[in-house]
Design a protein. Structure first.
Length: 109
């Protein structure tokens, strides 16, 4: 196993990669949102993570985007209906979360 991703709910996700720049691990922080329904949060995270990796994103950037996607999903009711579109995640990240994205690169475990 070369890469590990452990989801930690509202705390975010822990990533580690023997092949990349995070062999000691990195905590990708979650987003503080008011959760309504967490039914599809894991599926949303996993689907977004894989889709982001498939576009060439780094593991850290993919996990960050997946955290944002899952945060949006828990703010809505239902399963499929709670999964956000890519443009919704991008808009969410452009609000006031750029500082958090910059901070994740300095945070090593």
């Amino acid at each position: 196993m070369q890469e590990v991703v452990i989801t930690m709910g509202k705390l975010g996700a822990y990533i580690s990669s023997a092949r990349r720049e995070y062999p000691q691990g990195l905590l990708i922080p979650g987003f503080p949102v008011k959760a309504v329904d967490a039914t599809a949060a894991g599926d949303t995270f996993n689907g977004t993570l894989v889709a982001s990796l498939a576009t060439g994103a780094s593991l850290a950037d993919a996990a960050f985007f997946a955290n944002a996607s899952a945060a949006l999903s828990v703010m809505r009711s239902g399963s499929q209906s709670s999964i956000p579109y890519q443009f919704e995640v991008e808009t969410f990240l452009q609000s006031d979360h750029e500082i958090q994205k910059a901070a994740l690169h300095d945070q090593k475990l």
